[in-house]
Design a protein around this ligand. Structure first.
Ligand code: ZN
Length: 301
């Protein structure tokens, strides 16, 4: 869904601050200028690889609010209790550091259209490096393994491309297991001194057979065995937000199932490319991986 900006917009010069006061375009009417927006983000400092929640408070009643940031759609929902609009977003790991543009399109209660542009600063995250040893089939896959890898890539591509425009999640995301984390998001890893990749998820300590709970409500879009992922479940939470659960020893849901927050979706294990039993959790938002640890700290409406 792409809504082009109908009106020329005014880019304000602001320090790398958190609270951004926006004014509508100078070509708007005087009444529109009274509809000043106040935008805040959580977390306050956004780094590459981080999810974030934009909160928009408007003095003027709005019928709808839609945003775009770094080529991705932000679907805003109105929260009655707070009287503010909330939109979930994320910055990719390879996001350019510095100023970026958040564009907003609002439709007022009377049907008028307003456009805004806000500067949002992206800071540089400091991620670690690590060396990992795995069975050689995972760094030098044979022909049979390559066929499974390609099949898995096709299935993931299809699942990941779908964006459900409405929101299926509600409230905070919760940890899938009650244990400490052992592997951070963003770590640059070298497998068997050969294959390099970035760890695009968060690892939790979990012995084989530990029940794994859905981090929020949604619909299961993948539930099957795959080469690298092992027992693999993907839940679509709507608005392009997905959670991924890997290395499961047992899968307890089927593709197409609706799941509630905390519902057991499987049992943890060490299947696929895993050095030992643990639970790997990934979070995707509109084609990028974002840090699950930050998602778990976000206070969500
Ligand atoms: Zn992992």
């Amino acid at each position: 869904m792409n809504i082009p900006l109908a009106v020329a917009t005014l880019l304000l010069s602001l320090p790398p601050a958190v609270t951004l006061r926006a004014r509508p375009s100078t070509v708007e009417s005087k009444s529109a200028q009274r509809a000043a927006l106040v935008i805040t983000s959580e977390p306050e400092i956004i780094v590459n690889g981080s999810p974030c929640l934009f909160r928009v408070k408007s003095r003027r009643a709005l019928r709808s609010l839609y945003g775009e940031w770094q080529g991705r759609s932000i679907f805003f929902n109105f929260d009655e209790r707070d009287g503010a609009w909330y939109g979930f977003a994320g910055a990719p790991l390879d996001a350019g550091v510095g100023r970026s543009r958040l564009t907003l399109e609002a439709v007022t209660a009377s049907g008028g259209r307003l456009s805004y542009v806000h500067p949002v600063r992206i800071e540089l995250a400091h991620y670690r490096t690590a060396a990992i040893s795995v069975a050689s089939q995972y760094t030098e896959p044979d022909a049979e393994a390559m066929a499974r890898i390609e099949e898995g890539q096709g299935l993931k591509k299809e699942a990941f491309e779908r964006v459900t425009p409405h929101r299926l999640w509600s409230g905070n995301f919760e940890a899938p297991v009650d244990s400490r984390t052992t592997g951070e998001f963003g770590t640059r890893r070298t497998f068997n001194h050969k294959v390099q990749s970035v760890h695009q998820g968060l690892d939790f300590r979990a012995e084989t057979g530990t029940p794994v709970g859905a981090m929020n409500s949604g619909v299961v879009i993948l539930a099957r065995e795959m080469f690298y992922e092992g027992g693999f479940v993907v839940i679509d939470h709507g608005q392009g937000l997905l959670t991924l659960y890997m290395h499961l020893s047992e899968i307890k849901v089927r593709e197409g199932d609706s799941v509630e927050k905390r519902q057991t979706i499987g049992l943890s294990g060490g299947t696929g490319r895993a050095t030992a039993p643990h639970l790997h959790v990934g979070v995707r938002w509109q084609g990028i991986y974002i840090d699950p640890a930050v998602l778990l700290t976000l206070p969500l409406p």
